[in-house]
Design a protein around this ligand. Structure first.
Ligand code: ADP
Ligand code: MG
Length: 243
């Protein structure tokens, strides 16, 4: 199996707080890895380190074997390969849906306008947002914004997509639409790492589940192992809030 992302002995602190303490894990091609755990356990910091939005204090992050902290891979190239979808969508507010999906393709991938538009429309269709191509992104609902953010990330032909609580900011009736899109992407074989509090979704969609607790991976396994036979007290405690 090809490893896309390999995290080795990752460490990160903010002031006195050790937020990530010797994290080791990998994301293999075609895999869906979900990351669960209490608020403050370091899940966002882990994804942000992988996407170099935070610089780790120690350890290595390898992208297909290349150390991304070595400076050998240009940051924009790396970020197009390792896309991120945020809780807060982060769309360009003064641009249309279509423009949001085209700009990275033109600027980073150097695609022509025509090609970028064609690819953008394909991915907007994939997330059910093709009819909103000319709408201003500010006029969309949260669920629609998140689907556009996913389409925008897909336009960059990512090797892996990182999702940080993609449905946490949504009204309950919109959560299902976004999870459905993600489920389809999982079935199509997209490599994904997903931080989520949607436990039923994590159970259904994951190949592997990572439970983080206070900056360490406390337990890791298949959805069956983690959700049905958790080994650690902290995992059991955490899951008892959901099931
Ligand atoms: P999670 O996503 O699991 O809720 P985070 O990775 O966001 O956890 O945060 C882990 C801890 O690190 C929290 O205690 C948080 O307050 C702290 N933290 C996160 N980012 C920063 C920052 N930029 N500066 C200081 N502390 C931070
Ligand atoms: Mg978080």
């Amino acid at each position: 199996m090809e490893t896309v992302i390999q995290v080795q002995h990752l460490k990160k602190h903010f002031g006195d707080l050790q937020v990530l303490n010797d994290i080791d894990f990998e994301i293999n091609k075609g895999e869906v890895v979900t990351i669960i755990g209490s608020s403050g356990s370091g899940k966002s910091t882990l994804l942000r380190c992988i996407n170099l939005l935070e610089i780790p204090d120690g350890g290595n992050i390898l992208y297909k074997g290349t150390d991304i902290l070595s400076g050998k891979l240009p940051l924009t190239t790396y970020r197009s390969k390792v896309g991120m979808v945020f809780q807060s969508f982060n769309l360009f507010a003064n641009k249309t849906v279509l423009e949001n999906c085209m700009i990275g393709q033109i600027k980073v991938l150097k695609r022509s306008k025509e090609e970028a538009q064609k690819i953008a429309m394909q991915h907007l269709e994939e997330v059910g947002m093709q009819n909103f191509a000319d709408a201003s992104s500010t006029r969309l609902s949260g669920g629609q914004k998140q689907r556009v953010a996913i389409a925008r990330a897909l336009c960059m032909d990512p090797e892996v997509l990182l999702f940080d609580e993609p449905t946490s900011a949504l009204d309950p009736e919109m959560v299902g639409d976004v999870l459905e899109v993600m489920q389809t992407l999982a079935k199509e074989g997209l490599t994904m790492a997903i931080v989520t509090h949607e436990m039923q979704f994590a159970k259904d969609v994951s190949d592997r589940v990572i439970f983080m607790d206070k900056g360490v991976i406390a337990e890791e396994g298949t959805p069956q192992q983690i959700f049905e036979k958790p080994q650690h007290q902290r995992t059991k405690q955490f899951l008892s809030r959901y099931f």
